[in-house]
Write a protein that binds this ligand. Structure first.
Ligand code: FAD
Length: 382
């Protein structure tokens, strides 16, 4: 038996032990927020035989475009719930990435495979979340929409939570063993816990839009158009015939119309970007995961992937009484924030020296894919 066999036997054994333990001890867990991090946490709980409630203040799932890149590490984690890139015909493998600076082609990068798999697939976050919610429904858990949290207090080993339902503000008081704040960047759980969100805001206004077009080149999955003034346009194709543009400036729609004269705009919006995290994701029996615990720039495509990693990792460890998970969550968030900030600084740099070293690196990486491998390995999360 190879190492992998030993590891999976070990994992199976420890899962069985945690399940046996949990059968004697009924836990009450409520997850606030049914985005990627909350769904991932709930799925892992159910997989381990632990019941969970999951609520969301929205009346239904959002279909607004956010992330378009799903990393290999994320697919690996979701496989046990029946969600895999192999089963989803619409997931587009990341094979080619084209990079321009001031209108000139810098590199056409053939994205290297990792263990015979592409490091990421293009697939819209909203569809991935739909798949995760469906997997949860099949396992008997329904997201309680139209339900928010208004208050909680920790008393000894329980958390008393007040939920708010519907427009009439009907409230429900419950007692839980664990409260999971997966309620996004403006987290109510984080605010009630009075946890500072340390970091800074990027000064630029960003914009995102999606268009329908027939002019996207078939053999490319992502394109980057940088400029010496620091403005960068990132284009990707989350679904055949649809292109998403993200710009670190408000005029993404104009840029898309310039590049795709046949564009019909599906939606557009402005947003701001921050680099912030909580110093610890845990206060007593309350945990924060996903954007509630850390936010970063969309450059490097890490937010969705980290949110899912947080959810699954926390559920696995919490249910097995492995509290070193607090440090693991902190370490991973720090690493991702550093990486995305570095990436953004490099892409938006106006320094002639930095821009030429960056362009030189990518033009060499385009010729020798082995050089690009470390970067795509980081993105892949494996
Ligand atoms: C334009 C854009 C592009 C991006 N591109 C990428 C990318 O390519 N790759 C990538 O990995 N990431 C990307 N991201 C980041 C990614 O979208 C987020 O990191 C991810 O959505 C975080 O998931 P989450 O579950 O933590 O939070 P969210 O997705 O924000 O979900 C939080 C949920 O909590 C609910 N909620 C909020 N408050 C309450 C409350 N009080 N009570 C009950 N429910 C509540 C909300 O309704 C929501 O459903 C992008 C983000 C943006 C904006």
């Amino acid at each position: 038996m190879g190492n992998q066999g030993i590891i999976s036997c070990y994992t199976l054994q420890s899962r069985i032990e945690s399940l046996q333990k949990l059968n004697t001890e009924k836990l009450n867990i409520v997850v606030i927020g049914a985005g990627a991090s909350g769904l991932a946490f709930a799925l892992e709980c159910i997989q381990l035989g632990v019941e969970v409630r999951i609520i969301d203040k929205r009346v239904s799932r959002s279909t607004t475009g956010k992330a378009t890149g799903v990393a290999l590490g994320t697919w690996n984690q979701l496989k046990k719930f029946g969600i895999s890139s192999e089963n989803i015909a619409a997931a587009i493998p990341m094979r080619n990435f084209v990079f321009h600076d001031d209108g000139k082609l810098v590199a056409n990068i053939f994205v290297p495979s990792l263990n015979d798999h592409p490091p990421a697939h293009l697939y819209p976050q909203s569809l991935l979340e739909q798949q995760m919610e469906k997997a949860l429904n099949i396992r008997g858990v329904l997201v309680e929409y139209g339900t928010g949290i208004s208050h909680f207090e920790s008393i000894d080993k329980i958390v008393r939570v007040t939920l708010q339902k519907g427009a009439t503000i009907h409230s429900e008081k419950i007692e839980v063993d664990w409260l999971i704040g997966a309620d996004g960047a403006h987290s109510t759980v984080r605010n009630i816990a009075k946890l500072p969100f340390i970091g800074r805001d990027y000064p630029e206004k960003w914009s995102v839009a999606e268009i329908k077009t027939d002019l996207w080149p078939n053999d490319v999955q992502a394109q980057l158009f940088l400029q010496s003034n620091g403005v960068g346009l990132f284009l990707s194709q989350p679904t055949k015939g649809i292109v998403q543009g993200i710009l670190n400036s408000p005029e993404v729609v104009d840029k898309l119309k310039d590049k795709f004269p046949d564009a019909s705009i599906l939606y557009s919006r402005e947003f701001s970007v921050s680099l912030r995290r909580v110093s610890t994701p845990r206060v007593g029996r309350v945990w924060l995961i996903g954007d509630a615990a850390h936010v970063q720039s969309p450059v490097g495509g890490q937010g969705l992937n980290l949110a899912i990693w947080d959810g699954i990792t926390l559920a696995e460890s919490l249910l097995a009484d492995k509290f070193d998970v607090e440090q693991r969550l902190i370490k991973k968030a720090k690493k991702v924030l550093l990486f995305t900030d570095f990436d953004y600084r490099m892409l938006a740099s106006r320094s002639v020296i930095l821009r030429s070293s960056r362009n030189w690196f990518w033009s060499v990486a385009a010729k020798y894919p082995i050089i690009a491998k470390w970067f795509f390995k980081l993105i892949s999360g494996v």
